[in-house]
Design a protein around this ligand. Structure first.
Ligand SMILES: [Zn+2]
Length: 283
């Protein structure tokens, strides 16, 4: 029977916050069995559990909030946590977001690998989806259906030829996540950047951490890491958002043009009906 896992030791990293644009230091530390993933704002002395019901906002990233404190853009770190198979973790931040690093999940995964994993003395639980749950809005949709493993199926269709229509099916394991999904970087449109800056968003965005799409296509010098890097990043986001279920999901996620808002609505729909899921020990 697999055991719950935490980090073997603490590890620290500093970098730029994507939206705030300020430097932030993040510490990933071991946590006791059953605590789950908890974000701590050390500057405000407030702990926020990484759970779907703590999500307060979903525009340009998933935001969790408690007692007036918020932490933005948790999804890339949560994807790395889920991909690595971490169950219990304390994430301490001295600012409002994890550092964005390369805009992918691999940057976080490398840190987790440097710290190493440690088995805890408690069995690993999962959430098995028992019947299909789906949500949709404005031509976008997201659903969870029964499956033996964690599967992701995503379709995007952007009018810009730099992205276009991309589809991918993916089965989540630590190895497949590291090779196929973790390196996929976040992306954004140059035409929207000025408006975002006026709203105090994306102030830390740069070609170091974001694939920028202009009128002529991708402007970054570094080549795409995959020809379909965009849909891979959407799966990365979905894995991070689904990690807010609080345990590995035995389900097939299917997203069509889905984003953080719909992903969160999907988890809320799942947990609103006790007949749609059960907690199981992983075999
Ligand atoms: Zn993302």
């Amino acid at each position: 029977m697999p055991l719950r896992q935490t980090l073997a030791r603490e590890i620290r990293v500093s970098g730029i916050a994507l939206h705030a644009g300020a430097a932030v230091t993040m510490t990933l530390a071991p946590a006791p069995a059953g605590s789950g993933v908890v974000f701590r704002r050390s500057d405000l002395n407030i702990d926020i559990p990484a759970r779907y019901d703590m999500v307060s906002e979903t525009r340009l990233g998933t935001v969790i909030a408690k007692d007036g404190a918020t932490i933005k853009v948790v999804e890339h770190l949560m994807a790395a946590v889920a991909g690595a198979g971490l169950d219990d973790l304390l994430v301490t931040l001295d600012g409002p977001e994890p550092p964005i690093l390369d805009g992918d999940a691999l940057s976080y995964l490398v840190l987790i690998e440097q710290a190493g994993l440690k088995a805890l003395g408690a069995p690993r639980q999962a959430i098995r989806v028992l019947k299909t749950v789906s949500v949709e809005q404005n031509g976008a949709s997201a659903s969870l259906s029964p499956a033996q493993t964690s599967e992701y199926d995503f379709e995007i269709d952007f009018p810009t030829p730099a992205i276009g229509r991309q589809t991918l099916s993916f089965t989540l394991t630590p190895e497949s996540f590291r090779a196929q999904i973790a390196p996929a970087r976040t992306f954004g449109f140059l035409a929207e950047l000025e408006g975002l800056h006026k709203m105090n968003l994306a102030k830390g965005a740069s070609l170091e951490n974001t694939l920028a799409i202009g009128e002529e296509g991708v402007v970054n010098r570094e080549r795409l890491r995959f020809s379909d890097e965009f849909v891979r990043h959407k799966i990365l986001d979905a894995i991070g958002d689904m990690a807010l279920a609080g345990a590995p999901l035995l389900a097939r996620f299917r997203g069509v043009k889905s984003g953080h808002g719909l992903n969160n609505a999907l988890l809320r729909a799942l947990f609103s009906d006790p007949k749609s899921y059960e907690k199981v020990m992983l075999p």
